[in-house]
Structures are given as structure tokens and as C-alpha cells.
Write a protein that binds this ligand. Sequence first.
Ligand SMILES: [Zn+2]
Length: 260
Amino acid sequence: MRPHALVVAGPALLAAVVHAGPGATWLPPVRRLLPSLAGEGDPGHVALTFDDGPDPRSTPLFLDELDRLGCRATFFLLGEMLDRHPEVGRSIARAGHEVAVHGWRHDNALVTRPGRVAAEMGRAARLVAAVTGARPSWYRPPYGVLSAEALLAARWHGLRPVLWTAWGEDWTRRATPGSVLRTLEPGLRGGATLLLHDCDHTSAPDSWRSALGALADVVGRCRAAGLRVGPLGAHGVGVPGGARPHRLPVPASFYLRPET
Ligand SMILES: [Zn+2]
């Protein structure tokens, strides 16, 4: 849901910064300074990503629409949702989409007790692999907030952190297909990583309909501009033509509690 919800965290956020380390990676200037962390990729490609699922009420409709459009995407799954709806998770992978990790619950790393983000990331990654048969490669933190613990845990679990370069603000009660398209439009360019949601688990009820309704136009605009649209795995993040990989601030050996 709303990646900038962090701004209301207040005093709890300040108290948590002690263990949070490089936290506010969601801030646009920070993402501009770390292009590969933002998902900046192949200039001829746009990465399409969906967060917060799987949900049997909405995800299958996204799969149908993506199939109709002949388009593959990356789905950042929540462990608690996949645990409840494994058959939907399997259908995502079976349709040829990429599955990735969005954590177990939709917790903000800055207001979560030390050790929990790492443990739940590992639990979610194992579940994604067990349910879908595909080993996940990517991690996107809820709200885009990457703590030092989350960065190190991602490295420990072989997951690459990635945020987004443009979002559709599809999580609000007021969102419509038109508003999602207008919000995304300035960011529809080569190398972009687009953030949408395939369910309303942490968003306004039924807000996913705005993303679903915008999908054909989003993909159509990109293709009309000569851009390919697909998953992060085909986006060339960190390879020639894309952005260089970012480095973690400290080695993974500093991370001592991956499974607690
Ligand atoms: Zn989310």
C-alpha cells in the first residue's frame, strides 16, 4: 500500500532509527542517487511489478489481463497472503510471471523489533520457493523502507533489493484507471520500474480495480513508444545498458541473526 505512509510514523520512527540504519530509501532523491536500487534498467525495457498479493479476489483478474496483453510481470508476494492462498501463488508462476518477496507481513522495517524483518524475509522466501517452485531473486520492502537489517538479510537470502522509479498511487480510495495512468505517465520511459498493486490487502477496499483498469493503457503507451514491457528478470538491472549494481554498506558477515 501507500509507500509514503512512513511520514506518519513520528516518534516511534525516531526511536527505531537506532537499529534501522539506511532507512528512508523511499525518498525520491535517495532513489535517484541509487538508480539500480530504484530498478533503473535497460533503456529499451519497462519493468512491471505488483505488490501485496496473492489474493484470490483480484490476482486472477490481473493474470487474465496480462495474458490478454501478452505481457509478463514481477509479483512481490507477502508471505501471509501466499500462506493463505498458495494456489493463487502457483498460478502466478504457472502463467510465466516472476515471483519475488515483499516480506511476511506488511511491516515497516523502522518500527519493527530487531530480527523480525530478517526472520520473516527468510520465511517468506522459503515459502515462495516451496509453493511456486521458483527461487525468488528480488526483495521489495513494504513502504520502500530498507533498514540495515533488511539489506543484510536480503543479501543473506540471495535476494536483491529493488524499489521503483514510478508508481500509480493506485492504493487510495480516490484512485481510478485514469488517475493511475496520469500519475504513471511522466514515468513511462525506458529503464523504468513501475509499482502497482494486484490486491487491496493493505490499501483502500477495491482500489486494485484502478490498477487493473489502467493496465492496458500503461502497457499500450510503453509499446507505442517502442518499449518492451516485462518482469524485473528481463530488465537488465546491473548489466551493461542498465544501472550499475549498488553496494551494501557492510559485509553480510555482520549479520548474525538470519533465522531468529
Ligand atoms: Zn506493499
